[in-house]
Design a binder for this molecule. Structure first.
Ligand SMILES: NC(=O)c1ccc[n+]([C@@H]2O[C@H](COP(=O)([O-])OP(=O)(O)OC[C@H]3O[C@@H](n4cnc5c(N)ncnc54)[C@H](O)[C@@H]3O)[C@@H](O)[C@H]2O)c1
Ligand SMILES: O=C(O)[C@H](O)COP(=O)(O)O
Length: 389
């Protein structure tokens, strides 16, 4: 029985998908795998037996990816599984920033006891008038699963979407509406957009990407939406730009003492992926990734190891080896197996950074002492023997 420890609430559809050979455990020290959403794992000491962490969601800035790789722990995320939920909330943010919907609702509530409410509303409504999205320019920073969905939907709203993503993947490019303009310079993109929406991951390279200088280059009266992470925006600079009226609105999904106190900010409590559908999609994808890794050794959608897939194990045994990405490792494995009269039926290897992963299919059984010797080979972090059922 495999044990899975959930660090956040994970949708039941996902934990059910783990199946009969898995049970949930409250004891982290017993866990073979962790399922997590946004809980921070940076201070967590992982047990020696932990094989994998599945982030039911996109952002992995809450997980120490390099430490996990070094400890032989494979980290997965669920790309695209919550993109539609975020896209829909971005459009709610665009509308909330453009029409004073919140002010109007509050006015009605404050005047609920007025017997002439309907008549007075007709007079009061001019203070809540706003702008339409159609015809406006929307700059999209990051055209991955969410950014592409936002840009495509914007064109259907009659907006002109302009995208900036120097690392755009080919599959993401195929998903883009051909009416979306391509910008190769961020300063130029922000200078002529009425709305700017951020959809890049939080990494060292994107920290304070939207800084005082970039904010100063934005069109006066621009609206900025941040459904990515607060570290991407220099929020003190944003607060100053809002206070002086250079930026009309800042819509953010990341509350903190700085953003909660900003003038003209609309601050949500990290609701982007909080829909039943997204929570289930993420949890199901995370569970499937964990199962394929634990039961077959295959790695799909890892954020700290490359993709390796030999399909389901059909017969014999499969060795799953996490090792350092140094010269001669594969040669060492194959030579050692050959020296022990063991033939390799199939093999796959992928490296990423300083670590690598090798799957080796063997027709029969590998004796325990051979496995022990392989495990002791310099550079091997972890070796698992997966047996066909
Ligand atoms: N608010 C929420 O609840 C919520 C939900 C999901 C994701 N997110 C955040 O949104 C981010 C994006 O999610 P996604 O699913 O679209 O991820 P994704 O990986 O599909 O897309 C990210 C895109 O950003 C691009 N990129 C990376 N660095 C860039 C840079 N310096 N400049 C421009 N583009 C750059 C990448 O090439 C990629 O296309 C996540 O990393 C997460 O932090 C928030
Ligand atoms: O990166 C993500 O997927 C989102 O920020 C969602 O986070 P959550 O799973 O904690 O809602």
């Amino acid at each position: 029985m495999y044990k899975v420890h959930c660090m956040n609430n994970i949708a039941k559809a996902g934990t059910d998908r783990l199946g009969a050979n898995y049970e949930l455990t409250d004891a982290l020290e017993d866990a073979d795998a962790i399922m997590v959403r946004s809980a921070s794992l940076h201070e967590t000491q992982f047990p020696k037996g932990l094989l994998a962490i599945a982030r039911a969601g996109a952002g992995v800035n809450n997980i120490p990816l390099d430490r996990c790789a070094d400890e032989g722990i494979v980290v997965f995320n669920t790309p695209g599984a919550n993109a539609n939920a975020v896209k829909e909330l971005v459009f709610a943010g665009l509308l909330l920033a453009s029409r004073d919907i919140v002010g109007g609702i509050e006015w009605v509530r404050a005047n609920a006891d007025d017997p002439d409410l309907a008549k007075h509303a007709e007079k009061a409504k001019k203070q809540f008038a706003g702008h339409e999205l159609a015809g406006k320019r929307l700059g999209v920073i990051g055209l991955g699963a969410i950014g592409a969905a936002v840009a495509n939907t914007a064109t259907r709203f009659g907006m002109q979407a302009v995208g900036y993503d120097p690392y755009l993947s080919v599959s993401a490019a195929w998903n883009l509406d051909r009416r979306i303009e391509h910008a190769d310079d961020l300063s130029r993109l922000v200078a002529d957009c009425d709305y700017i929406t951020i959809h890049v991951p939080a990494m060292d390279s994107t920290k304070n990407m939207v800084n005082a200088e970039l904010i100063s280059q934005m069109k006066p009266g621009a609206v900025v939406l941040n459904f990515a992470r607060n570290t991407i925006v220099d929020e003190r600079a944003m607060a100053a730009a809002l206070a002086e009226g250079h930026i009309a609105r800042y819509v953010t999904d990341f509350p903190n003492p700085v953003s909660a106190d900003m003038k003209n900010a609309i601050v949500l409590p990290h609701l982007g992926a909080s829909t039943t559908e997204a929570e289930e999609n993420c949890a199901v994808m995370a569970a499937e990734e964990l199962r394929d890794f634990i039961e077959n050794g295959n790695i799909t959608h890892s954020v700290n190891f490359g993709a390796v897939d030999l399909g389901p194990i059909a017969s014999g045994e499969r060795l799953a080896i996490i090792h350092q990405n140094v010269q001669g490792m594969i040669g060492k494995f194959s030579q050692y197996l050959a020296d022990n009269g063991i033939n390799i039926e199939n093999m796959a290897n992928k490296s990423r950074g300083s670590m690598a992963y090798t799957l080796i299919d063997i027709a029969g059984e590998v004796p325990a002492d051979v496995i022990d010797r392989l495990a002791q080979a310099g550079g091997v972090r972890r070796i698992r023997v997966i047996r066909s059922k």
